[in-house]
Every structure is written in C-alpha cells, then in structure tokens.
Design a protein around this ligand. Structure first.
Ligand SMILES: Cc1ncc(COP(=O)(O)O)c(C=O)c1O
Length: 480
C-alpha cells in the first residue's frame, strides 16, 4: 500500500487508499486531549457508547442532504421544526414561540442581536447607535455580535460574591438607544443563573427586548428539578432564548437553536434575496448551505434519551459536581467561586498559581480549563462536568489533591509584573515579538506548556491580551 505523498497541505497527484487515509486521520488526533477516557472537563459532551453510535448513524444518514432549500429537502424542514418544537416545549413557550436550528450558540446569539438591531431599524429609526445591555459575565459571543452588527455593548457589573447580574445596574444602564437586555441561564464561567424574573420585569417596564442565553442551560436546567429558578418563556419580559443541543443535549457538534416569542419578531432574522442571476436565497439563519447531519443527529438523540434519559444524566452530573466542589473547598489553598446552580463551576486560589495547576493536571492526563481574571473574578480554573466524567470523579479528586500539593513549593511563575512597563505601549505585533523570548513561542506552533503564557496574559488589560491572542492565532493558522 503506497503512503500518502509527503507534501503536507498539497493536493495529492493521485488518489490514496481509504484505509491509509483513515489511519492518517486517526493519527492526527494523537495530541488531542483524552476525552474518550472521561478526563476532559470542557468542550466535550459524551453520552456514552450506545447513544454515540446512534448519533453517528443518524448524522451519516443525512450527511449529504441540504437544509438550504426546504422545497427540495422537506426532510430537513421536518427535522428542524420538530426539534424547535421540543425546545419550545422545554422552555415553556406557548404555541406562538418559533425558532431555528443553528450551527452553535454563537450563531444563535449573532442572529438574536441582528434581529434586535433590524427590528430597531424598522420601528425606531431615530436610534442611530443601538445599545445592548449585558452583565460582565455574559458570553463573549455577544461582544462578537456587537462587533459584527455595529451595536454598542454596555457592560454592567455583577455581584462580586455571587457573580450574578445586578438588576438595578441593568436598569440604570438603559437609555433611549437600548434595544436588547441580556442575561444568562447559566453563565459559562461560574454556572450561576442571573435573576431572570427581575430583569424580565425591567425589560417590560422599558419596552425593550430581552435575550436569555440558555446555550448551556436549555438542555440541562429543565431536568434539574424544582430548585431551579424560572428562567424561560414563563418570564413575561423574555423575548428570545438561545439553547444549544451540542452541549448538554449531547448532540453532534453543530446543533443549537434560537427561539423567539413570536414570528413577528423572528421576521427580522430572515434574509431573502432574489436580485441576482442565481437561485433565490432565503435564509432564516447565518448559513445558507446547511448540512442536515447535525439536525438528524440531534433529532435522534432527543428521541433516544427522552425526558427520562436527560433527567438521569442531569442527576448524575449534579451529584458529581457537588462532590467535586466540596472536595475542592477542602483542598488547602483552593476555593470555589460563587455558588454554581449546575454542573459548571470554577475555582481559584490565593496561594497557588492556578495556571500551573492546570498544566500539572494536564501532565497527569486531565484537562481542566484555565480562565483569566476579569472584573471581580480572579484567575481560575473552570470545570464542566458531563456524563462522560462521572465515573472518573474519585481519580480526578485524588490527582487534583496531589497536584495542589506538588505545585505548592514550585516557586513563582513569571507574570506581567515582571514586564518592562515600556513594553505596554507597543502594538500587539511588536509586543508579541518582544514576548517571544519569555514565552519561548513564535506563535507558529502550539506551545508545549501554557502556564507561563497564561500567567503573563492574565496580568494584562483585556484589550492588550486580545491583541496578543489575535496575533497568535494569525500566526498559528499559517501554512503547514
Ligand atoms: C453560556 C454560553 N453561551 C454561548 C456559548 C457559545 O456557544 P458555541 O461555542 O456553541 O458557539 C457558550 C459556549 O460555551 C456558552 O457557555
């Protein structure tokens, strides 16, 4: 069997053997985090072998169908409308609630902000610079949407102990240009649900739209029992909700939804264009060609697990999360941040470098996610506890305990306080070059370790950090 020509990135002159191609593809995963062993506490939503096999099969069955044109592929239309009906039901929407299937939480949020902006353009043309009011814990996708659609984000502080949005500050931030309020159920970093009922009342009072970001919570909170505060369409002021299936719905990646209280509101989301020489483009979402694979895989897992299956998984995850949080609070030097409502939470330390802790855990075969300090939230480590992690909680805790002990005496990690203050006046490109010697990375390859780089970035203002990160990614996605 001939080997694939050794020209990375160039198209082979001749075709190659399928077995060899698959072998090469599998080999590419060699440096990935070990998710299949249940040792990864972010990015991964693993429902177990039986459900996964079904998701694969369903995806495969609809690999080629195109959701672009419902007249050609009524199957995709049926999949989408049935999935959205399930979502609306879980979020207690009445028969007027409509929505669309999207490629992810970010697309759902982009659409929601575009819809609010276009509605304001139509109904409030006097608004020249639309504004969106959000707590500092809201997902970065809202800032991305603001950048894309020229909406001004107005950030409000959260409570420094609970990390929940503060309704009075949100009320104070509203003015004649406000088009949308945002709250999370729950926030990613700390897993807390914002006071949705209070913020909903403010939205009603000021007659503005309100988005609840339930990307994380939409397929989790409805199964978590009576202690969960009301966060969905039962709250009168809530007009739109994003809800992902590719997180705690355990669907294949590429599965989220954006729901609106009425089709009158959703109308502003839809793009239609027949003013060119080609086919009429009528897109309810950002994408035009849309693979039906993610829809089929999503439909399959919803029907496979059913309410009972999701309730069982949420019970397991809630209980594993409580055990891990109690154990973390017991480890000298570590403490959990706020009081998470669910299976997402984070912990910080007054004495240890948490980035080094994350790196040490990585060497022990675990992935836990470093998060920079921002606002009242110090540098910390985030965990998302899913079905795939539950069986490994004891091993994880014992390694985390050992790791915290091991790094306790390992000396300080150089951080931004070691930088010459003059460096901070440089452009991101210049600063990146200056930092190469400290970080040991020219950005063209993935660094071996991240703790030193993270410690450095953590001490910088976020705008400078963002400039450096963008510079890094601009280099990283170079030619092989
Ligand atoms: C609360 C919240 N909103 C939005 C998103 C963005 O979702 P995606 O990564 O699917 O675009 C995430 C992702 O983790 C999230 O946690």
């Amino acid at each position: 069997m001939a080997g694939i020509e050794n020209k990375p990135g160039a198209l082979s002159e001749k075709g190659n053997d399928p077995d060899l191609i698959l072998k090469k593809l599998k080999a590419m995963k060699g440096r990935d985090v070990p998710w299949a062993d249940g040792r990864v506490f972010a990015y991964i939503y693993d429902p177990g072998p039986e459900a996964s096999a079904l998701v694969h099969q369903a995806f495969d069955l609809f690999l080629t169908e195109n959701g672009l044109d419902p007249t050609a592929f009524p199957s995709a239309l049926k999949l989408e409308t049935e999935i959205i009906s399930v979502a609306a039901g879980l979020l207690h929407g009445d028969a007027g609630v409509v929505g669309n299937f999207t490629s992810g939480g970010t697309e759902s949020i982009l659409l929601s902000v575009k819809t609010a902006r276009d509605r304001a353009r139509a109904l409030q043309p006097e608004i020249r610079q639309p504004e969106l009011v959000l707590p500092e814990t809201a997902h970065a996708a809202f800032f991305k949407a603001c950048q894309y659609f020229d909406v001004k984000p107005v950030v409000t502080a959260v409570d420094p102990l609970s990390y929940r949005a503060q309704p009075n500050l949100i009320r104070d931030a509203i003015n004649a240009n406000t088009i949308l309020l945002v709250a999370s159920a729950p926030s990613y970093a700390h897993g807390v649900i914002d006071p949705i009922t209070e913020i909903g009342a403010i939205a009603m009072e000021h007659d503005v739209l309100m988005h609840v970001d339930a990307c994380m919570g939409g397929m989790y909170l409805p199964f978590a029992g009576p202690d969960i505060p009301v966060f969905d369409f039962r709250v009168p002021g809530v007009t739109q909700i994003s809800m992902d299936f590719h997180k705690w719905g355990y669907a294949a990646k590429g599965a989220s939804s954006i729901l609106y209280r009425s089709d009158e509101l959703r109308r502003y989301q839809i793009f239609a264009w027949s003013g060119w020489t080609g086919y009429s483009v009528v897109n309810p979402t950002v994408l035009s060609t849309r693979g039906a694979g993610p829809m089929a895989a999503c439909w399959a897992i919803l029907n496979f697990l059913g309410r009972e299956g999701y309730e069982r998984m949420v019970r397991e995850c809630q209980s594993a999360s409580r055990r891990i949080q109690a154990a973390i609070d017991d480890i000298p030097g570590l403490h959990c941040l706020g009081r998470s409502d669910c299976n997402l939470f984070s912990f910080a330390s007054d004495s240890l470098n948490v980035f080094r802790l994350a790196e040490d855990m990585r060497e022990r075969g675990w992935y836990i996610q470093p998060q920079f300090g921002f606002g009242p939230s110090p540098a910390n480590v985030h965990l998302s506890v899913g079905h795939g992690n539950v069986a490994h909680v004891d091993d994880f805790m014992s390694d985390l305990r050992e790791s915290a002990l091991a790094i306790a005496d390992s000396g300080p990690v150089p951080d931004a306080s070691h930088l010459d203050p003059g460096l901070l006046d440089l452009s991101p490109q210049q600063l990146f070059k200056e930092l190469q010697t400290i970080t040991g990375s020219d950005g063209r390859q993935l660094p071996e370790r991240m703790d030193q780089i993270n410690s450095l970035l953590d001490g910088l203002p976020h705008e400078m950090r963002d400039g450096l990160l963008a510079e890094f990614v601009n280099r990283l996605y170079g030619r092989p």
